[in-house]
Design a protein around this ligand. Structure first.
Ligand SMILES: [Zn+2]
Length: 227
């Protein structure tokens, strides 16, 4: 699907409007780069659950597999922390430790951890991106990546940007590459849950996330490896 994927990245559509964008990046190649995609949760750990019954783990994996295909079609090496509906460990803490081990063993250019948000209230919706705490070069690179992702998700959803947030989660703290955790929308908001249940939305999320990676890569030029 390489050609289709590239075309998809070049003509992203928006869920809140019917317009098509026609401002492709000038450099689409991700050759020589490595991305780890971490579809949050899996197996016995289902993550958030929408009030209509949608499970976060399934949304995360569906978007992640689509994103993997697009990035690979653009020349990137992609490593997944999981490619099926499975946990890495039954113990939640150990599950995260194993994800960190995958990331740090690969020494990628970036980590994208994909999640949907949840709340006991059905009211909140919107997207946000979590980054590691601190002002290191890795932290700055993570913030730049978060900015690119928020621009793209803003373009997709039309509104709902809740910002970039520092977080000391082990997955962000213990990894050694630029790392972001993307809360793509609230699975507990009924309107958002309906959208998150559609494969078409998963495809659009993947296309916009891929475009964000391309933008970030172009922004950083050839200095892709962050110590
Ligand atoms: Zn989650």
């Amino acid at each position: 699907m390489s050609r289709c994927a590239i075309i998809g990245v070049l003509s992203l559509s928006c869920l809140s409007c019917s317009t098509q964008r026609d401002t492709p990046s000038t450099n689409l190649s991700l050759l020589g780069t490595t991305t780890v995609i971490d579809p949050g949760h899996g197996g016995k750990h289902y993550g958030g659950r929408g009030y209509g019954g949608l499970l976060e783990k399934n949304v995360n994996l569906s978007v992640a597999l689509r994103l993997q295909s697009i990035l690979e079609s653009l020349g990137a090496r992609v490593v997944m922390t999981r490619s099926m509906d499975q946990e890495l460990s039954l113990d939640l803490d150990d599950d995260v430790v194993r994800r960190v081990e995958v990331v740090n063993s690969v020494r990628p250019d970036l980590l994208l951890s994909l999640h949907t948000n949840y709340c006991s209230s059905m009211v909140p919706r919107g997207f946000e991106v979590w980054v590691p705490k601190g002002g290191t070069s890795r932290g700055r690179a993570s913030r730049e990546l978060a900015e690119c992702i928020r621009q793209e998700l803003g373009s997709l959803w039309g509104s709902g940007d809740r910002g970039t947030k520092e977080n000391s989660l082990r997955l962000l703290h213990d990894t050694t590459c630029p790392s972001v955790l993307v809360e793509m929308e609230f699975i507990t908001n009924s309107a958002a849950e309906v959208q998150l249940s559609k494969r078409g939305t998963h495809a659009l999320l993947a296309e916009h996330l891929a475009q964000a990676v391309v933008k970030w890569r172009n922004l950083r030029g050839s200095h892709s490896k962050t110590p």
